[in-house]
Ligand binder design. Structure first.
Ligand code: ADP
Ligand code: MG
Length: 276
């Protein structure tokens, strides 16, 4: 793959904190900006695939491709997101921006073991190595630090840890960061920056303000701004398999701006800069 591509894992130890939502928000911002993007749905629940309005149909799923990583052709098996046609309609563009999906399914679960061998950890890297044309690859991970998440970390040059401003989520993020540093030493010495994104933040909540300050102290410059606010229509947007940038309501303006800013941070990240 050409070296100008950014490969970003979106992970967390905990479920329900917003990994898929951050993946979809970034994908939406990338589509609006015309950045050719591939979403890899590595979670066996396949929520990102559902949100992007794709099914595997006669294509291989990411699980099937990983099983045959040395020969499978990722490029031939990606599905075009249903968001693309909506974007084209809205902008009346003749050239539709690329947003492809390596479709997830339960089959990937065979790799979500704690004891995955080193050569299995490289399966996603092998698949991506024969892919070109994207400027951004977003990997939506399952809520565990098992084989699939480690496979994603091995293939990435940038990691986003998603956390809600709550005690258990912040504690889980700190544990994830420690696990990541061990993983880096053993398997991925060239792994790039690890950043933390706070999601579902409510400005009117004293608990959230307290936890956000705690996270800033804990993660310092690795905590990204902006934080993503809780949005009352978010579930409705996802339920309709819509991109937030094309949702027909003015109420999404602030969250759209936040994802645009987050995307800028991701695209501007120096891949070689490591964090302590
Ligand atoms: N910023 C947000 N505002 C409102 N609801 C959100 C937000 N982020 C996530 N959610 C909702 O929270 C639930 C869990 O989010 P999800 O992205 O599926 O988490 P994960 O992928 O970490 O399991 C979903 O129902 C999603 O719609
Ligand atoms: Mg998810």
């Amino acid at each position: 793959m050409v070296c100008s591509v950014h490969v970003v894992s979106i992970s967390s130890l905990k479920g329900g904190v917003g990994k898929t939502s951050v993946t979809l928000g970034l994908a939406s911002a990338a589509l609006a900006a015309g950045i050719p993007t591939l979403v890899i749905d590595l979670d066996p629940h396949a929520d990102a695939s559902t949100g992007l309005g794709v099914r595997s149909d006669n294509k291989q799923t990411i699980g099937q491709m990983l099983k045959n990583a040395r020969r499978a052709k990722l490029q031939d098996n990606v599905a075009a997101s249903a968001w693309q046609s909506k974007a084209a309609e809205k902008k009346s563009r003749t050239r539709i921006p690329v947003l492809d999906v390596a479709v997830g399914d339960a089959y990937t679960g065979i790799y979500d073991r704690p004891d995955l061998r080193t050569r299995d950890l490289r399966r996603l890297t092998q698949l991506l190595g024969r892919t070109s044309g994207y400027q951004l690859v977003l990997i939506d991970c399952p809520p565990s630090l098992n084989g699939l998440t480690r496979m994603a970390w091995s293939a990435s040059d940038q990691l986003l840890l998603v956390a809600e401003p709550s005690l258990f989520s912040v504690a889980g993020t700190e544990r994830t960061q420690r696990a990541l540093e061990l993983f880096r030493q053993e398997f991925a010495p060239t792994l790039g920056p690890v950043k933390v994104v706070a999601n579902r933040v409510r400005k009117d909540s004293a608990e959230h303000t307290f936890r956000i300050n705690e996270m800033r102290q804990m993660f310092g410059a690795n905590m990204l701004t902006p934080e993503i606010p809780e949005h009352p229509e978010w579930q409705q947007i996802q339920g309709a398999a819509y991109s937030v940038h094309h949702w027909p309501s003015k109420s999404t303006g602030p969250i759209v701006a936040q994802f645009d800013a987050l995307l800028k941070e991701v695209m501007a990240t120096d891949k070689t800069a490591r964090t302590a």
